[in-house]
Design a protein around this ligand. Sequence first.
Ligand SMILES: *Cc1c(COP(=O)(O)O)cnc(C)c1O
Length: 372
Amino acid sequence: MDLDAVRANVALLRERAGGTEVMAMVKAEAYGHGLVETARAALDGGAAWLGVARVAEALRLRAAGISAPVLVAVATRGEPYEDAVAAGVDLTVGSAWLARRVTEAAERSGRAARVHLKVDTGLSRGGATMADWPATVEAALAAQASGHLEVVGLMSHFACADEPGHPSVSRQLTAFREAVEYAEKAGARPRVRHLSNSAATLTLPEARYDLVRPGIAMYGLTPIPQAGTFGLRPAMTLVAELAAVKRVPARSGVSYGHTYVTERETTLGLVPAGYGDGVPRHGSGLLEVLVGGRRRRIAGRVCMDQFVVDLVDDAVPAGDEVLLFGPGDRGEPTAQEWADALGTISYEIVTRIGTRVPRVHTGTAVERTVDG
Ligand SMILES: *Cc1c(COP(=O)(O)O)cnc(C)c1O
């Protein structure tokens, strides 16, 4: 994980957002990059806020000594809200029920809950519908009046910001403006109003408000592949070490099911990474990796712990580095290229890399942290 790339991407996003505050979205283990290390690099790059999905992730950031504001962006019923309030973690509230639940937690922990009220402006996922917005705002403001809750933010989330010109974008912006007006007329004084993900941060200046919440772009992956890379640099490189090399005769069936059969006498290389590490089994016979300076396609099926490549006559010794994906500088595929081949998005490629794979963090941000 190139943390210098994370820092540079955050700085680039901040500049693209015209200096608006940045909330670095580090949910799901920072999209697979390692929660705490990546969060530190993002703060170093100029982010003022952190965003996660679950309370447990926020508590890990606090336990690591990170005191920056952290928002739990997903509202579920069974979260340890008392712990969140006690740790000064911001919560997303999209219903009157949750406003009351969080208020109870605040009463018990003796500290006011910091909340961001979320309105569903058209994603039809989390947040209060426009019809339920008044009741949500009123429940929160009543708790605020009694000192148990502070409405820190008003927020929403886009459905199609990654599809330039999609008509839902302007509809959502209009609905958000109305919802903000309603809450402010009712007496809310939010410090931050926010709804921009990476795609909106990069392409919709009118959606910036007080804070933007980029995720994927921080990691150097484009949120809008058809619009290019926006000068972002991928932070993750997935590396393996060639475990074994062997010469086999023509007509050798390779890996489970013999879906690949050698045409001639050839050299096979064994790569110790499989679907247990997050290499998609759908990539069998499809994905390419860089080995011995050359692109080679995965030969036959991806297994749980390993896959095979056909090196033909290349003299690549066991122990050589295999680049599965990375920034692309050395000719290796990018996560975007893997995603395109598999019919998915780069988010899924990086986030699915399993906990068994050690994360090695590099960059001056790491050195500074280590030096204290
Ligand atoms: C994940 C997430 C984001 C970031 O989305 P990207 O498309 O990765 O930029 C922003 N806001 C919320 C609420 C999220 O859950």
